[in-house]
Ligand binder design. Structure first.
Ligand code: S3P
Length: 177
């Protein structure tokens, strides 16, 4: 793609392991890692849950787009993990593709549920029936994730260490340094 940058972008549903994989990959590849959720929290001096509660989801989505726009301007190439809902906006999918090689950590609903069932930091999953909500959101987002992915990794059966190795190998095959 014209003007595509050399960043490594991690996308995937909540609980797919983006943040953990990002940190491990940064050690493995000796690259700086950033997480757009953390960038937003730092900028707003509020947690994601507070932003959802006070400003609402659309406002949060606009902040996600802003973070991607800022990342595109940076000269230093890095690893960037983004929030699970970032690819739902068409504009964000275009930005993600321009930013670099997009790696989709694909995960099944039951795995997500097991990983996040005691977590209260994700506003979209604070419902009576989180598993149903996960299934519904995954189904809605599936196409968006697949549409912007250069590499897809099915993470359910893999320890994080193997996910990182697999990504490093696939990036090497593609000549991403
Ligand atoms: C969201 C995922 C969260 C966070 C926000 C919304 C989503 O990030 O951005 O709660 O819409 O899937 P993680 O995927 O890092 O949990």
């Amino acid at each position: 793609m014209k003007g595509k940058k050399n960043n490594i972008i991690l996308i995937g549903f909540m609980g797919s392991g983006k943040s953990t994989v990002g940190i491990r990959l940064s050690y493995r590849l000796r690259r700086v890692v950033e997480d757009t959720d953390k960038m937003i929290e730092k900028r707003m001096k509020k947690s994601i849950a507070e932003i959802f509660a006070t400003e609402g989801e659309e406002y949060f989505r606009t902040l996600e787009t802003k973070m991607l726009r800022e990342a595109i301007k940076k000269k230093r190439y890095q690893i960037i993990s983004v929030g699970g809902g970032t690819p739902i906006r068409v504009e964000n999918r275009k930005l993600l593709k321009r930013l670099g090689t997009v790696i989709y950590l694909r995960v099944q609903a039951t795995t997500v549920y097991e990983r996040i069932k005691r977590d209260t930091s994700r506003p979209l999953l604070q419902t009576e029936k989180p598993l149903e909500r996960i299934m519904e959101l995954l189904d809605k987002r599936k196409e968006a994730y697949e549409n912007c992915a250069d590499i897809i990794i099915d993470v359910d059966q893999l320890p994080m260490k193997e996910v990182v190795e697999l990504i490093a190998n696939k990036l090497e095959e593609r000549g991403v340094k």
